[in-house]
Design a protein around this ligand. Sequence first.
Ligand code: ZN
Length: 209
Amino acid sequence: MNLILLGAPGAGKGTQAERICEKLNIPAISTGNIIRESVKNGTEMGRRAKSFMDEGRLVPDEVVIGIIKERLAADDCANGFILDGFPRTIPQAQALDNMGVVIDRVVSIEVPDERIVARISGRRVCKDCGASYHIEYKKTAKDGVCDKCGGEVALRKDDAPGTVAERLNVHHEQTEPLKAYYEKSGKLYLVEGQEEIDDTTRLTFEALN
Ligand SMILES: [Zn+2]
């Protein structure tokens, strides 16, 4: 089965991708990971991506698409794959179609913005050892102090409410239209993200059956 997982940043689609991967035994392909991999392996597209990254620029669509194409041609994708983090825009979805990649299902994990902001802005990370905590779900024993190493536990800039809201706006503008794109071909399945990850997983598998 060839799958695309959609969802706002922080909606938890990465976890669902891993679980589908385990159950269906098809690879979960995250764009960030395969770009890093192709750079490390020095593939043709990886070298092109690196030249942009070295200059601190975004890797352009045509290169990202080239890297996806290389990855989907690998043997382990013969029985299917899960794309996580791609496509992010309509032009990327069209490029995928133009490559002749047939998508069977698109699952969108739906979580309201307020919940994503609350969840992410509650994260706290140790400045010394990188251990992560949450002010509601995974508290440190002592306020602001890492349980593991005693270091200072703080909110990262990436997790600040303003930053998260900005990322969500980009998602609504660029990625949300993909739902209409895939709905037209009857491939879209919406899954309401639940408080408990296991509950979301159950709904995700229902959408795949
Ligand atoms: Zn620590």
